[in-house]
Design a protein around this ligand. Structure first.
Ligand SMILES: [Mg+2]
Length: 225
């Protein structure tokens, strides 16, 4: 069992599908790593504005987006923003993670169930790691088109590439804590951010989203704690 867990942890850190897809992102599809919105954390997102624009639900990455890595508890300062998001979108929010709910890593479903119990947000079960895979599970879960959903995550090569490829509005947050991350993940993150900044400086723009052509309209100053 320890080998199964170790292998799952390693494969969570070294995402083979992600790496091969990243090669194509580096060469020709560089706009895919550009988020529509870049914010320090989810407190800067105006959930009400997103709903007014026609979005039906929100998909959150887990690690370093709403919890610190390997934790099952929401990061304290984000609780009020999550509550606001729930009050706007009701049950139409979910976690889509490469840890909890990913069959390969969470083979007995225990992490997904524990996270649902701890944070009160449903976890979408899936078999293919972001950024690979389609939006099939997500569309089935929400009962709407993926273009009516928002993907929020902290990794350009996984969360943002996945969201852009599948037509979601993409929001990139800064990571909550680097202390828990394995060394290799920190190095890949640095590379991702360098590339993102490189393309932004050269005027490459994200693919425009029909429901929110000026994506910055959903960004607000965070509510003071
Ligand atoms: Mg993450």
């Amino acid at each position: 069992m320890w080998w199964k867990d170790l292998r799952a942890t390693l494969s969570q850190s070294i995402n083979v599908e992600g790496i091969s897809l990243s090669a194509s992102v580096l060469v020709k599809d560089h706009h895919l790593i550009l988020p529509h919105v870049l914010v320090p954390d989810i407190r800067y997102i105006d959930w009400g504005e997103l709903q007014r624009r026609g979005f039906k639900g929100v998909v959150f990455d887990k690690d370093n987006t709403i919890t610190v890595p390997y934790s099952l508890a929401l990061w304290g300062p984000l609780v009020s923003s999550i509550e606001r998001c729930k009050s706007v979108f009701g049950n139409d929010i979910a976690v889509f993670s490469n840890s909890a709910g990913l069959f390969e890593y969470d083979h007995d479903d225990s992490k997904a169930r524990a996270l649902e119990k701890a944070v009160g947000i449903e976890v979408i079960r899936h078999r293919v790691k972001k950024p690979a895979g389609t939006a099939e599970e997500i569309e089935k879960h929400f009962g709407c088109k993926s273009s009516q959903l928002v993907m929020v995550g902290d990794r350009p090569f996984t969360d943002i590439v996945y969201g852009n490829q599948n037509g979601l509005l993409t929001v990139l947050t800064e990571p909550l804590s680097l202390a828990e991350e394995p060394f290799i993940v920190r190095q890949v993150r640095k590379l991702e951010m360098s590339l993102l900044n490189y393309w932004l400086k050269r005027g490459i723009k994200p693919i425009s989203h029909d429901l929110l052509p000026d994506a910055m309209e959903c960004v607000k100053d965070p509510t003071p704690l």
